[in-house]
Ligand binder design. Structure first.
Ligand code: FES
Ligand SMILES: [Fe+2]
Length: 408
């Protein structure tokens, strides 16, 4: 589609596969639906351009021959060709491309693809996520602190816990295969529920409800509202997951986090020769700043007086009680696939006839496995989907320990 035309675009609800009229897509995503546009990057004529830019960034971070090998073997195998540090450098190189490249992705998708031309705002920071297999991501400490060019998993969050506005619509574009085991997670039951959090972290034992994870083909675009609680799967596959994206808001951005915020630019002000100046306009004009400042001060006072309007509370776990004899009761009434906390150190999980008693907190970042789930005979951590064999407590990553299995 080098001529600027848009190929056939379809939209489907991710959960049920229903076709969705294109003009309804953005409104439904704003209302919490998760929608996929299969092969949309190709239909919008964006895929090859971004792939070429990626190879340029690989070249700059390593060499021509490395870039050629990535091209030949596929981006899913980039971790076999580049070191983790070179992959981070590739991501950083891409993230610092002139904004117009990523604005172009948003505009092509929103305006040409979905036909939406009302006022909307585009995030000034692109999403570039190259999630290498977990055992590689853990090899260099310096990588763990980077946000731009990130190659490690994010914990459950809403985007507005970071300095992003509420209800940003994520345009999450798969540039390689995304599979269960290296993708991301959305927790649909937490939509619109209030979740206590501090900074960007919620409590390790916060219930999260059902888990939705994703398989995507190269070029698929996933659209979801950043107010969904969501996180990254810890990559237990032998493929790298590579996603590029951006965010938009359909209304004027409203921030919750303390400033400085990530700026969002009015799409309409990004055209013409004076575009660079216009991009800053909404953030610099005095009434805007004054309004923001006044809102910020009022919000602060209301928060102090505990008068901020409250959203519905997420279910908050009651502290587990440890009492002798409870283990047998739990064992006897535990349903198939159920997990129950026995005390602060142990959980019981039933798979068929067998009940296993395992250590309670995840070996990765300590999430509470009592809030996890069972699928296909495996116990899954609710935070980054690490899977455990309930019979042995073992998990697939070499750089992590295993759960302790307690005697019957
Ligand atoms: S997989 Fe990350 S805390 Fe369990
Ligand atoms: Fe996010």
């Amino acid at each position: 589609m080098d001529d600027g035309s848009v190929g056939q675009l379809v939209a489907r609800g991710y959960a049920n596969g229903d076709n969705i009229p294109l003009e309804q897509v953005l409104g439904r995503v704003r209302d919490g639906e998760v929608i996929v546009l299969p092969r949309a990057m190709q239909s919008l004529g964006l895929f090859q351009r971004l792939y070429d830019l990626t190879l340029d960034a690989v070249r700059a971070a390593s060499s021509d021959s490395h870039a050629k090998r990535v091209e030949d073997q596929g981006i899913e195998h980039i971790h076999r060709i580049l070191s983790p540090r070179q992959i981070v450098e590739t991501n950083v190189g891409l993230s610092s491309l002139p904004n117009m490249e990523f604005f172009g992705v948003a505009r092509r998708c929103i305006e040409d693809g979905l036909g939406y031309r009302d006022g909307y705002y585009i995030c000034s920071k692109p999403i570039v996520r190259t999630m290498v297999p977990f055992d590689l991501s853990d090899t260099e400490d310096v990588l763990s602190t980077l946000h731009t060019g990130r190659i490690r998993a994010l914990s459950p969050h809403r985007d507005s816990w970071y300095p992003h506005p509420e209800h940003g619509i994520n345009i999450w574009s798969a540039m390689g295969r995304v599979s269960r085991g290296n993708g991301m997670i959305i927790y649909p039951d937490m939509w619109r529920l209030r979740i206590p959090f501090a900074g960007i972290h919620m409590a390790k034992d916060q219930p999260v409800g059902r888990v939705m994870n994703f398989s995507l083909e190269p070029g698929d675009i996933l659209l979801f509202n950043g107010e969904h609680l969501h996180s990254t799967e810890l990559n237990v596959t032998d493929e790298t997951r590579y996603v590029i994206g951006t965010r938009v808001t359909l209304d004027q951005p409203k921030y919750h986090a303390e400033p400085p915020w990530v700026p969002y630019y009015q799409a309409a002000s990004l055209e013409g020769p004076v575009a660079p100046l216009y991009r800053l306009r909404p953030y610099l004009r005095p009434p805007y700043l004054t309004k923001r400042y006044v809102r910020f001060r009022i919000g602060r006072v209301l928060r102090k007086l505990n008068l901020m309007p409250k959203r519905k509370n997420a279910p908050v776990r009651t502290a587990p009680k440890s009492s002798s004899g409870s283990e047998n009761v739990i064992r006897s009434d535990l349903g198939n696939g159920e997990i129950r906390a026995i005390d602060d150190a142990r959980i019981a999980v039933r798979i068929g006839e067998e009940v296993s008693v395992l250590s309670r907190y995840c070996v990765h970042q300590g999430a509470d496995l009592a809030q996890g789930y069972v699928s296909e005979g495996r116990l899954y951590c609710p935070w980054h989907n690490l899977c455990f064999d309930p019979k042995t407590g073992r998990q697939p990553c070499k750089s992590l320990g295993h759960l302790r299995r307690f005697a019957e």
